[in-house]
Every structure is written in C-alpha cells, then in structure tokens.
Design a protein around this ligand. Structure first.
Ligand SMILES: O=C(CO)COP(=O)(O)O
Length: 250
C-alpha cells in the first residue's frame, strides 16, 4: 500500500525558531483533522523534536532535511538517520539541490544516505533536478537518469521512497516549467524509476519548485504528479493547506 494521494510536503529550509515552528505545526494540526492524503513537514533539525511532538496524534509526518550516511562518528555538524528517528522524525529529504550545489554533495554520497535512512526505517524523499544550463543544453534527461541510477542502489526499498523532481532553476524563483514539460518529465521519471527499481510503480512522484496556491491545482492534476514538495509557500499554514486542497486533499 502506497502513501495516500496527494502527497504534499513542506520543506521549511533554514526558517523557524521554536515558537514560530510550533505555531505553524499547530495551525496545520487544526486544519488537518482527518487528512485524506499525506501531509508532511521538514523543519530545521533544531526544532524537529518539538515539531514532531506537536504533530503527535495527527497524521502529519515530520522529517529532517538531511542525514549523514554514517551511523555515528567524528562528523561535526551532521546528524545521523538514527538521530532523526530518535528526535521523532519518520522521513528525511535526501539530495536537495541546495545541498548538491551549495554543499557539493554528489550522487555517490546521496546513494549512501538513502540506504542509511532506509536502514533506520525512514521514508526517503530523494530530490532530483537539472540546472538551467543543463536544461538549455538539452541535458535534462541525462542528468535525471544519472541521479536516479547512481542515487538509488538496487536494494532500495520502494515502499520507503518518494521521488521529488525539483528543477534547480525553478526553486525560489517564481518560475516553473510549462505544464506539458512537467508532465513529460514525470512520465520520463516514472519510466526511469521503474527501470531501476521494478517495485517503484507506486512510488509517489512530487513536483517542487515555486509551487504556490495559484499554480498547485494545475500541476497536481497532471498524470504522474502525485503531489508537491513546497518550499517558501509551506511557511504559511493557510497557503500550504490550500496547496494540499488544490491537489485534491481534504
Ligand atoms: O526547494 C524547494 C522545496 O524543497 C522548493 O522551494 P520553493 O517552493 O520555495 O521554490
């Protein structure tokens, strides 16, 4: 059984002190009385435990924005998958472009992170996406294929996987690919993913990059778009909730 659709996740990035984060989480709990889809938030690690507690009893999941591939050790500033779990997280984002490009993470380390997180039973949201230069050079598919094949070992558990397509140039820019383009890319991603992991037929495919209440319905109505990974617009409970509703969630 896969995750109920729509799957709408909010990546809070480096936003939110404790009070704001708890208020945002509380506001979502009030709205999501019995959600028909799957809702989740990915707060900063410093507030993950508090947010996870605030969400207890609701069906909104809490996850971390990253984890280290090793279980423990001398890795200053990092947190392991078991620490995410210990803090109450049940999911983790892996391979976000702000880590691939901002912090130099490559597909080899991402592959190890995916396995480490699933080894702790965490749901992995693997983020993939091309840069603007790659897109313009016609290299989008080659880039996405590499990210899928190198980022996902053959032993990955499809039941603990979500794939998020986030074109780097669409993140935080207000620009999105055309609807036709998103549909075509998601069909491609589904084929590649199933080619890599035959059990991935039901893995949710999320679109991310400048998803807002105004464009969410059209994007999530596309075939093979099972939900959204939302950045900036997830910091406002009403806006995030309306994105979820636009995807058919109640
Ligand atoms: O990076 C994103 C989610 O992970 C998308 O961010 P924005 O929704 O702010 O463009």
């Amino acid at each position: 059984m896969g995750l109920a659709r729509p799957v709408v996740f909010g990546n809070w990035k480096m936003h939110g002190l404790r009070a704001d984060s708890l208020a945002l989480a509380g506001s979502l709990v009030e709205r999501a009385v019995r959600p028909t889809g799957t809702l989740g938030v990915f707060p900063p690690a410093t507030v993950l435990r508090d947010v996870a507690r605030r969400l207890e009893g609701s069906r909104i999941l809490a996850g971390a924005q990253d984890c280290h591939p090793e279980a423990s050790g001398a890795f200053t500033g990092s947190i392991s998958a078991s620490m995410v779990k210990d803090a109450g997280g049940t999911a983790v984002l892996v391979g976000h472009s702000e880590r691939r490009h901002g912090l130099g993470e490559d597909d080899a380390v991402i592959r190890r992170k995916v396995l480490a997180a699933q080894g702790e039973g965490l749901l992995v949201v693997l983020c993939v996406g091309e840069t603007e230069a790659e897109w313009q050079a016609g290299e989008r598919e080659a880039r996405l294929r590499r990210q899928i094949h190198e980022g996902l070992a053959e032993t990955v558990d499809a039941a603990l996987l979500v794939l998020a397509y986030e074109p780097v140039w669409a993140i935080g820019t207000g620009r999105t690919p055309s609807l036709e383009d998103i549909a075509g890319t998601h069909a491609f991603l589904r084929r590649e993913l199933v080619g890599r992991l035959p059990a991935a037929q039901d893995v949710p495919l999320l679109y991310g990059g400048s998803v807002k209440p105004g464009n969410a319905a059209d994007i999530m109505a596309l075939p093979d778009v099972d939900g959204a990974l939302v950045g900036g617009a997830s910091l406002d409970a009403a806006g995030f909730w309306s994105i979820y509703q636009a995807g058919g969630g109640a």
